[in-house]
Write a protein that binds this ligand. Structure first.
Ligand SMILES: [Zn+2]
Length: 408
């Protein structure tokens, strides 16, 4: 039976190609990305979910910036008793960026052998298609599923999730339970063998340094803000050294703090800059207090500011404290490991990442979740691509989860 199910999924590439082409043709950009939202894609996906005989509930998040006034989130499932299994994917995509970097229209799916090209084919249509392929095969074979089985298809993942998963969890607080197998197929590694169970906290700091502008020939009449910035930037790794805890779940295992963005300063060579702005991207191990990190920067920079005679402001522009990770022994992690071993023939690795995903919203509500799919790291890139063979394999893994057949 299991082999038949896996074979059934392997034979479904024509349907995969058809649905994927439709998804690529409906951009679904959030208003923050200059788009009209996800409604057109949600309407199309509703028809796909109806074909699968799923019960559908649409949870609309108000957003006056799009013409429908709402951003749709779809819950679709087959009813059942006991803990269920849900895969959550997002409908929205990011803009194509510089079109000259694309070999073809980003919104017209192009196929070369088993490879599909187009905006969104990987992020996150591949994860979405894997879950739909799994459900389709289960339905066509009339197999029993385990508990409630379904998907959540959300809006606004690329631009904050305020109208997406955050809103959905707020409106439907008891829909998902801690006993459900919750999967976010939106990040992973190229061999399909990495299961993400924890994320670092994210702290982005903007530092504005104010001195006094003067002519380049009379620096004593000014206070050089760029010089003060340079000293502060050079101090960042010393601050980092004070938070030297390690957690081998992560690569790298310690917190990272890096100077990144630098705003343009004076345009001419012969002016002493009176203002300078730079940014720091911090990825902090869970358990370290972000206020303490912020405070450490404030104190270290204050010493430099006093020495050079500048003033400065330090403002967090992004601050997301990571909730505790999912246990490596959680049922969803164990089930995934067994299912991946069956499909891929190899043991999956379990670990943490430095980036943030929507899994944090589940974890903050005490819902164990695993982030996993086969991912070649092409999200947001020009000529975004996906290999249909990987989607098939991911769908096979998900089918074993939905049917409870990851073990004998
Ligand atoms: Zn994504």
């Amino acid at each position: 039976m299991r082999q038949e199910l896996l074979r059934k999924i392997a034979d479904s590439t024509p349907w995969l190609g058809q649905v994927m082409a439709r998804l690529v043709a409906i951009p679904a950009l959030g208003p923050d990305n200059g788009g009209e939202g996800e409604m057109a894609k949600a309407v199309y996906l509703t028809s796909v979910l109806e074909e699968l005989g799923l019960r559908i509930e649409r949870v609309d998040a108000p957003d006056p910036r799009v013409k429908e006034g709402v951003r749709p989130n779809l819950l679709a499932w087959w009813e059942g008793q006991g803990p269920g299994c849900f895969a959550l994917s997002h409908m929205d995509v990011v803009p194509p960026g510089d079109l000259s970097l694309w070999d073809s229209d980003p919104y017209v799916m192009r196929r070369e052998g088993s490879l599909l090209y187009g905006r969104g084919v990987s992020d996150n249509h591949s994860g979405m298609m894997a879950s739909l392929l799994a459900l389709k095969a289960i339905k066509e074979m009339n197999l029993p599923w385990r508990g409630r089985a379904g998907v959540a298809l959300v809006s606004d993942e690329e631009t904050s999730s305020r109208h997406g998963l955050q809103y959905l969890l707020h409106r439907k607080p008891g829909f998902f339970t801690p006993a459900d197998l919750l999967l976010v197929p939106d990040s992973g590694e190229s061999d399909g063998g990495f299961i993400e169970i924890a994320e670092k906290s994210i702290l982005w700091l903007k530092v504005e340094v104010l001195g006094r502008q003067a002519h380049g020939s009379i620096p004593h009449m000014g206070i050089n803000a760029l010089y003060a910035s340079a000293l502060m930037i050079a101090e960042i790794y010393n601050v980092r050294a004070r938070f030297s805890q390690t957690d081998e779940l992560f690569h790298p295992p310690q917190s990272t703090m890096e100077p990144t963005r630098k705003e343009a300063g004076v345009e001419n060579v012969n002016t002493i800059p009176g203002r300078d702005v730079f940014y720091i991207d911090c990825r902090i191990l869970p358990g370290i207090n972000l206020e303490e990190v912020e405070q450490a920067f404030r104190q270290a920079f204050a010493v430099i500011a006093a020495r050079v005679g500048v003033s400065f402001t330090l403002t967090p522009v992004q601050k997301l404290a990571a909730p505790p990770g999912t246990s490596s022994q959680a049922p969803v992690v164990r089930a995934l490991q067994s299912a991946i071993a069956r499909v891929r023939g190899a043991e999956a690795r379990v670990g943490g990442i430095g980036a943030g995903t929507v899994a944090a919203f589940f974890r903050a509500r005490g819902l164990p979740v695993a982030v996993w799919n086969t991912d070649h790291g092409v999200a947001h890139m020009p000529n975004e691509w996906v290999d249909m063979n990987d989607i098939i394999k991911d769908a096979q893994v998900m089918a074993l989860l939905y049917t409870g057949r990851w073990e004998d």
